[in-house]
Design a protein around this ligand. Sequence first.
Ligand code: AMP
Length: 282
Amino acid sequence: MKTISKINALQKILDPLRRNKKIGLVPTMGAFHEGHLSLMRRAKLECDYVVASLFVNPLQFGPQEDFKRYPRDWVADRKSAETAGVDLLWTPSVGEIYPSTDQTFVDVKGVTRRWEGAVRPGHFRGVATVVAKLFQIVRPDQAYFGQKDYQQTRVIQKMIRDLHFNISFRMLPTLRERDGLAMSSRNQRLSPADRKIAPILYQALQRAEECVGQGKREGRAIIARMERMIRSEPRVQIDYIALCDSETLEPIDRLTGKVVLLVAARIGPVRLIDNLLLNIDY
Ligand code: AMP
């Protein structure tokens, strides 16, 4: 595996490959866990050459957020990316991605209006801007994202369509710990006691799925059920629980068709998100 940081050097390697190799890109912020590695492995299966970018993007963190404390372990990351089949690990510098003269940003409206977009103003502008830059620089054939950050996948997919990026978008399922907690770099910051209660978010999603399986279709009742369950752990502060159309992310009350259940909560200083996709055609 090659490790490159300069854009020029990256493009020197990629340009001759473009003619006959399918290039896959896995954008990440590092601190790799199995979730990240599953994207890399799948990219390796589907593409001839896999680039993983590792860039902790300052533009997507709010002023009160954890940019400085975001976990960084490049030595371990390099090893696990190589084992997962990455051909090139690209670690650009903040200075090269955001020259101080930058005046262009990507703002996706609509799907960013609610949920993470409302709780974290500017977050998706940071995400869309950096991903657009990564796309422009790498020019991959396929790009890989995790369902774990469901709203983010909608934002990127909308941006790909709106800006006519010729990139095929791949969303892969959320990888979980044994107890159901969605893997996340932020889980490392949970205290042992908080780590024990963190699976409550996934348990509540599963409870909702059971309700749907039993024929319940009223969104409000399902959300109330989840709220009650999560509130049984007093250290968990719910940011939102929502049942939405899986494309527009607008809330719906009567469940039918492709629906996503979103949940976001804080446990102590750590903010966690999770979601579940449901296809209700019965
Ligand atoms: P991040 O480094 O947190 O920006 O994540 C990089 C990519 O990995 C994003 O597309 C995430 O959605 C994806 N990802 C993060 N956690 C998981 C997980 N538990 N399962 C699958 N994909 C994930």
